[in-house]
Design a protein around this ligand. Sequence first.
Ligand SMILES: [Zn+2]
Ligand SMILES: [Zn+2]
Length: 144
Amino acid sequence: MPDVRNCRKCGRIYNYIGGAPICPACKQLEEDDFQAVKRYLYENPGATLTQVSTDLEMSVEKIKRFLKEGRLEITDDEGNMVLECETCGRSIKTGRLCTECERSLASGFKSAASQIKSEIDSQAASNPKSLGIRYLNKGYEKKD
Ligand SMILES: [Zn+2]
Ligand SMILES: [Zn+2]
């Protein structure tokens, strides 16, 4: 029996095949939007959320969703409150959990958290601070 569902976005009935509960048409629209953001960030590395939203006439919420899906990340190393870790509430760059919570979840060792934190701190110290977001796929950024 096919798994027939209502699309969460447009309400149309479709055959659910996995992934987000949206129909193929809406999925394609999402993908188009994501590609647009990806291209924009490729051409404008470090663009801010507001900038992307304004220039692409896309809602900030939608771009935030791409961030939550872990497809984009914020390049700011400190204090950007766009996303919060679902466990401890600390601001994160991408995904749903901060590195510490992700690590302690995976290993169960609390001591790993402080190690990760110092890694992040030293990374933050060595990187020039920049506000904005970038596309995660390294392959796309390769220069020829
Ligand atoms: Zn739909
Ligand atoms: Zn956390």
